[in-house]
Design a protein around this ligand. Structure first.
Ligand code: FAD
Length: 369
């Protein structure tokens, strides 16, 4: 049988894999992408929020300026191409739950580094159908929301139309990996395979040694016609307008849990939280569950395997896949197309004390020896 040829194969069509696909296509690089239709990734539970100010101390996130620049450039280009808007600037209010919290906020608001990000504090009148009036909130500037589900659907469709998309599970058992050949099923891969598998990287025989901390999250999608909320609110849980009468509400953070089953206890907790805070009746439409692929140091993990530069990884997007994916895709594509080194803080090499030697080069067994 004649072999199909490609330069790169991307494994995984979540936020990481699709961002890399869009980036490679813009550089006229030849690739295919394989994604397992019945293995839901973290992306299908994702709220799409981009919040540059995070944590109890309201600090700017890692590389916030560079990440925002890459995010805005990436979506400007994509939206220019499709004529549709996926990324929107949405006001974000985060509750200041203690005097310490308020003081931290005030401290940041006087810092010139934070002036583009930290806004006023507000107490009442903002959220007319939410009973949160007795709390103080701080406004985060430069916050955005990506319509993740529409973006995933549209990019996958675009890749299908170009015959680059393969609906299948990639298994290393079906990979022939010798010094001269990389072949998966009837596809000959000339340059490399980029694994963008989310938390399933832990099952990958080449990169399963990466120190990952799976972080499971549950969330609800509700309908609440009376709410009319235009902003994203964080107060214990987050409430995010999805458009129309629908809102995303979540989420939980369960470290070390890789199960994809929805958590019934979370459902009850969040239902109680919603009943306490919403003045209008609501209906639960869907419970979503995903496992965030967080690395041990909460930074992305990019680049080639130290033992075989044809095998690459794109992972570690953790809780911030939307903010990180375009910047990381650009960094990895620069490495693949121009050899620009990957900064140490994002590289596979920083985890070299965990490395497990590669499975012996094989003729299709993919097994560790
Ligand atoms: C409840 C929840 C809320 C979140 N909210 C936000 C948010 O508001 N903002 C934000 O920035 N981030 C958020 N995140 C995090 C975000 O979803 C992740 O960072 C992001 O989805 C990670 O992208 P990824 O492509 O690395 O992995 P995934 O999204 O998990 O995608 C991996 C893909 O690879 C495929 N795959 C895996 N193995 C194989 C294989 N062997 N063969 C074929 N296909 C394979 C899977 O089917 C999947 O499609 C949230 C996550 C959760 C769970």
């Amino acid at each position: 049988m004649a072999c199909e040829k490609t330069d790169f194969l991307i494994v995984g069509g979540g936020l990481a894999g699709l961002s890399l696909a869009v980036e490679l296509e813009s550089r006229a690089v030849e690739f295919r992408i394989v994604d397992a239709p019945d293995w839901p990734g973290a992306c299908q539970a994702c709220a799409g929020v981009v919040n540059p100010v995070t944590g109890m101390r309201h600090v700017l996130s890692w590389k916030s300026e560079q990440l925002l620049e890459a995010l805005l450039t990436f979506f400007k280009r994509w939206e220019g191409r499709t004529g549709k808007q996926y990324l929107r600037s949405v006001p974000l209010f985060t509750s200041l739950q203690s005097v310490f919290d308020e003081n931290q906020w005030m401290l940041r608001s006087g810092d010139p580094v934070y002036q583009d990000y930290i806004g006023r504090t507000v107490r009442t009148g903002l959220f007319e159908n939410c009973s949160m009036e007795d709390q103080r909130f701080g406004q985060v500037h430069r916050a955005f929301r990506l319509d993740v589900s529409t973006w995933l659907k549209d990019v996958r469709e675009w890749l299908r139309l170009q015959s680059r998309w393969v609906d299948d599970k990639f298994s290393a058992d079906e990979l022939i990996c010798t010094p001269n050949t990389l072949q998966w099923k009837d596809m000959r891969i000339e340059k490399g395979i980029a694994f963008a598998e989310g938390i399933r990287v832990l099952e990958n025989p080449y990169f399963g040694w990466l120190p990952m901390n799976p972080l499971k999250g549950d969330a609800l999608v509700i309908s609440c016609p009376g709410l009319h909320l235009q902003a994203m609110i964080k107060s214990g849980h987050a409430l995010v307008p999805l458009g129309g009468e629908q809102y995303w509400c979540g989420s939980s953070f369960v470290l070390g849990d890789r199960s994809q089953h929805p958590d019934p206890e979370f459902m009850m907790k969040i239902d109680a939280w919603l009943k306490e805070h919403l003045k209008s009746p609501f209906e639960i439409l869907e419970q979503k569950t995903g496992v965030r692929p967080a690395s041990r140091d909460r930074r992305p993990v990019l680049g080639p395997h130290p033992g075989d530069s044809r095998l690459l990884v794109f992972n570690g997007l953790g809780t911030k896949g939307v903010s990180l994916a375009p910047y990381c895709a650009r960094t990895l594509a620069d490495f693949l197309t121009t050899g620009t080194p990957i900064p140490h803080s994002m590289s596979v090499g920083r985890f070299d004390r965990w490395i497990v030697p590669l499975p012996h080069q094989n003729q299709g067994t993919g097994k560790l020896s």
